[in-house]
Write a protein that binds this ligand. Sequence first.
Ligand SMILES: Nc1nc2c(c(=O)[nH]1)N[C@H]1C(S)=C(S)[C@@H](COP(=O)(O)OP(=O)(O)OC[C@H]3O[C@@H](n4cnc5c(=O)[nH]c(N)nc54)[C@H](O)[C@@H]3O)O[C@H]1N2
Ligand SMILES: Nc1nc2c(c(=O)[nH]1)N[C@H]1C(S)=C(S)[C@@H](COP(=O)(O)OP(=O)(O)OC[C@H]3O[C@@H](n4cnc5c(=O)[nH]c(N)nc54)[C@H](O)[C@@H]3O)O[C@H]1N2
Ligand SMILES: [Mo]
Length: 838
Amino acid sequence: MELNDFKLSRRRFMTGVLATGAASILAPNPLIGKVWAAGEMPEQWLQSGSHFGAFEAKVVNGEWIETRPFKHDKYPCDMLNAVREIVYNPSRVRYPMVRLDWLRQREKSDRSQRGDNRFVRVSWDQALDLVYQELERVQKEAGSSGVFTGLADWQMIGKLHKAGGAMDRGLGLHGSYVTTVGDYSAAAAQVILPHVMGSLEVYEQQTSLPLVIENTNTIVLWGCDPIKNLQIEYLVPDHQPFDYWQQIKERVAQGKMRVISVDPVRSKTQNYLGCEQLALNPQTDVALMLGVAWTLYQEKLYDSAFIKDYCVGFEQFLPYLLGEHDNQPKSPEWAAKICGLSAENIRDFARLLVKGRTQFMGGWCAQRMHHGEQYPWMLVVLASMVGQIGLPGGGVGFGWHYNGGGTVTSLGPVLSGLGSISNPPAPIHAADFRGASEQIPVSRIVDCLLSPGKKVEFNGTTITYPDIKMAIYSAANPFHAQQDRNRMIEAWKKLETVVVLDHQWTASCRFADIVLPVTTRYERNDIEQFGTHSNKGLMAIRQIVKPQYEARHDFDVFTDLCKRFGRDEVYSEKRSEMEWIKAIYEEGVTQGAAIGVTMPDFDTFWNGEGYIEYPAGKPWVRHGDFRDQPDLNPLGTPSGLIEIYSKTIADFHYQDCPGHPVWMEPFERNHGGHGAEQHPLHLQSCHPDKRLHSQICSSDSFRKTYTVANREPLYISPEDAKTRGLKNGDVARVFNARGQVLAGVVISPDYAPGVVRIHEGAWYSPKEGGKSGTLCTYGDPNVLSADIGTSSLSQGPSAHTALVQVERYKGELPNVTGFGGPHEIQLTTGKEELHATA
Ligand SMILES: Nc1nc2c(c(=O)[nH]1)N[C@H]1C(S)=C(S)[C@@H](COP(=O)(O)OP(=O)(O)OC[C@H]3O[C@@H](n4cnc5c(=O)[nH]c(N)nc54)[C@H](O)[C@@H]3O)O[C@H]1N2
Ligand SMILES: Nc1nc2c(c(=O)[nH]1)N[C@H]1C(S)=C(S)[C@@H](COP(=O)(O)OP(=O)(O)OC[C@H]3O[C@@H](n4cnc5c(=O)[nH]c(N)nc54)[C@H](O)[C@@H]3O)O[C@H]1N2
Ligand SMILES: [Mo]
């Protein structure tokens, strides 16, 4: 396999490049001059960017008609083919809309109607009046604990137009409100790793890939799929890592390097590299690692000097490893029964790890599971026993699959962009949380709605759930992100008012009361980094088309909301879009001057190419300083060393997270765990190859490139398909006690028997909108996942602890309901008429 998507899309894009080569001879360089006034030139190519990559858009008479990748991106991904449609597709949010019964009865509305998709179009003024009146009412009646803002996680790129920042600035001028702690991505790892390694690890830069290529003998990809996941970044990806991964592929082919993927599934990366696999049973990583650790210890292969000089707590962990208290040595024979590999296989793997330089690259999926803290902790312990942490191309990291991890960071300035207001006036309403907590772990929202006042443990503190009445979501799609959809639908009924700002008519919009249409990235001007970790350069992100329909920028929506309580000028600081961008750029010029990087003045930058590249940086070794001088560069842990045993955690006395890593049975698991009698298949809901979560799922033509019988694919092994009489292209019903979805069958030898996958982000499409338990007609895997915290330590989502059964769907196929706009109700003469807009 090649980096095939890129090639394919390259070819498709090339046609565009050739065709427009001729066009641009006719039209002199259109980028000079008032490029931000989109639509004024009859035809132009405009530079823009997205999570999927940088690109240029061909605009003819104000309409975006073609897309080609940015010339500085050598490996563009084919998701770029979907971005244009986001502006125009039938699922676009076009007008401010209010749910029918909420418009009639406001907070006393019939909430069981949520999800039936009946909405009334209102004016912007009316919509913002309603939002403001609700904010006032709830702040007065329920205090700060009555208002919740959802995590604005995957807002579109741009230093100015940050949807989350816009919301926080605006609401913060009005009052305080309940916010979230942690995220869905790495909630368990980001709580445990600071205790163990003294820092977050997951979002940090990794040892530079050139050093890995030079020094590493064996890369262990532990549940890590960089070729799939590096296609997107939080900022604009430069796709530089693919250069390095191509070199790694060559070294594997030449026999100069081994790469072993520890993964129940043959991943995209494995197929690309042509590398080896340890196909363990799902959710059994910690058992496998313990078996490996036992071997290293018994065969005296572990680095006792590293353990002594750089770690604490091995002596507390050892009795557990040897089984001194529970009479169960964590031997390869013991591990083999759980993880499904042979004891000999486990021993060989252990011996290989200490032969030459080994780089462990950990992904995050295995921590999005029940007891998800144990996997990253035990991987650090294993890497400590191997003893190469802080050496070039050795040790452990958790971020090579994310944000261009392992690229060499440039020496350029890092712009912060829209931030909080300096010296803001006191909010209209003083903070008043009525004894409840100000923050909840993000994926506990449903639990919180169902049980206000309940106390839950979290990282050594006790959280008291607030009594939330009103939720405001911007740049988040909770009706994709959150687990156990049917439980969520019940919980949503506790909310009196839900406001959603989005540009796509997601399931979250359907379950909202007030929906505000915002512009896409492509209708705004901005600037952004080219490359997240690499920070390779800075690019102008130009408005491609004017705001469509009645969509407004998030920033302007909140400016207008603030006007209702006299704070609009404080909010906007009286700056226009271009003045803001200029100010943000100039911050970079100042920063640059301090580090010896000269940048052109703003007008030259913006009116010229709109792209600058920073001077190259130097390769870097993660934890290198610590290894060189642990006394001078201690880790941020209480001991300053790696904590194999954490007294801090032990003192929390959590049953589900003791003081050192342990194997614990999750609440459900096949191959010998709980719950497999009725639902024998493990459901993965990994991150999609062809989307960013739920984003671009609404691009109809792009979705058709991967759907099966109009449904989201269900990947299944040939064996499991055969026993169920399933063929490629069939529609399957996937179900468990929590819910049921339809999905299109794709039989793949990449999957071991017992493992199936539906990618997260498939749009929730209920057969009967609003009814819990109803069939999802498209294939949202979170209808099937469980809403149980990973543990008392981090309360992260356990999306990947989920068992299902699969059968051929024999009934009449229902239409897919999730795409397209609302059913618009016209309130004319008191008589209601049903219109399907689109
Ligand atoms: N294309 C694309 N890229 C993305 C995203 C996207 O939506 N699309 N999302 C981004 C975001 S927000 C995040 S948080 C990251 C997510 O990054 P991750 O959570 O690391 O990504 P996943 O692809 O879900 O899973 C990675 C690998 O874990 C394996 N795995 C699953 N279960 C197990 C197990 O029990 N044991 C072991 N050893 N391996 C297992 C899967 O088979 C898969 O190959 O990706 C980012 N990158
Ligand atoms: N089962 C299962 N569930 C998972 C996961 C899993 O592995 N398995 N992974 C989890 C992970 S790691 C993550 S990060 C979450 C992601 O969960 P989310 O961040 O909720 O997912 P997105 O689909 O990216 O939703 C972002 C929404 O914001 C909108 N949007 C984009 N830009 C803007 C903007 O500028 N302004 C406004 N107002 N709106 C905008 C988009 O149209 C989209 O609807 O999902 C989690 N859920
Ligand atoms: Mo994520």
